[in-house]
Design a protein around this ligand. Sequence first.
Ligand SMILES: [Zn+2]
Length: 356
Amino acid sequence: MPPQAATTYQAAQAKTILADLGSKVSGLLGVSPKRVPTATLARSFADLRDSVEEAEMILVAGLQRFGPTDVRLTALCRALCEQMAAGVFPNFVVSALSDGYQTLSDPAIIQVPAAEDCSLLGIPDLAHELGHWLFAKYREDFVDARFTQAVTAHVLSLRKRRSLRGAMPLEDYNRQCGELRVSWLEGWSNELAADMIEAWVFGAPFAYQHVRLCLRREPELYAPNLETPITSHPADHLRLTASTTFLKRAKCLPTEITLMTTYWKRYRTHADAVAGSSAPYYDMTYPSRLVRILADNVRVVCQTLGIVRFDQPTAATPDIRGLARDAWDRLQANPSSYAAWERTRRANLWQKLGVP
Ligand SMILES: [Zn+2]
């Protein structure tokens, strides 16, 4: 399907989703409070409120301003999906954020920064977002019984450690332990699996793009950890080391892993100088055993699904993975001429994808 026709088709799908939401709202308004318990009504209202908010923020806002940039990025992402054989496709990629990437799985939409079609360097992160959909689809394979038991056992052992319990009120410490468990089983495992999938598909450019993202915010490589607020994403340092652990255990080329660790080390030296390298609770927050189990689960899913690895050649044109790697290699080898080189390659890319 040509990109413009695909856009029209997807817009029609979005209209169906919104109409469905509208009829659910009308249905709820028509329910008699005498017949349905208040608690049930309140729950239905809360669920619908969340769906309407997501639709307003992502679906409607994205479609209202859907333009040439989004047509290009949607075509690019769909080509990548085919080439990595992910088995998942986005309805839309919309350039509607000021920072970072984010994903909604139903309807399948990826949001990226506003001018992301002006750079080839962020392409690897599309694989991370597709990884979130794979995580949602095969969650039990990523977070299996062995991983769940290991997380539970680790948190139990933390609760018994008197040294740290003495450093903060017991109530706070127990709450931190509880949040840690939930994060490992939900948000952090999801993010780490998506990173590993990105590293599987792109290799070293994952590390380069990770540094690019880190440079957009204040350096804080070792938080969250047990003594800080627990937030949705694991620490940036873990995200890099977990992905190299994953590639090592998947027996990928050692030279590729060296490229990643060397690049990260350069950034880490700078970040440590600015923000400090002391994080006494880092290792207790992120035990290597959990990373190893998750890495093995991600490898099995990637192999079972047949997701194309970074070192497997492709005959596809345009070769999206090759283009992202060329871009990063070129930027590092010759930064002063990079902008002109990238402009030409971008124009060539859109032409090959058949988008304006
Ligand atoms: Zn993510």
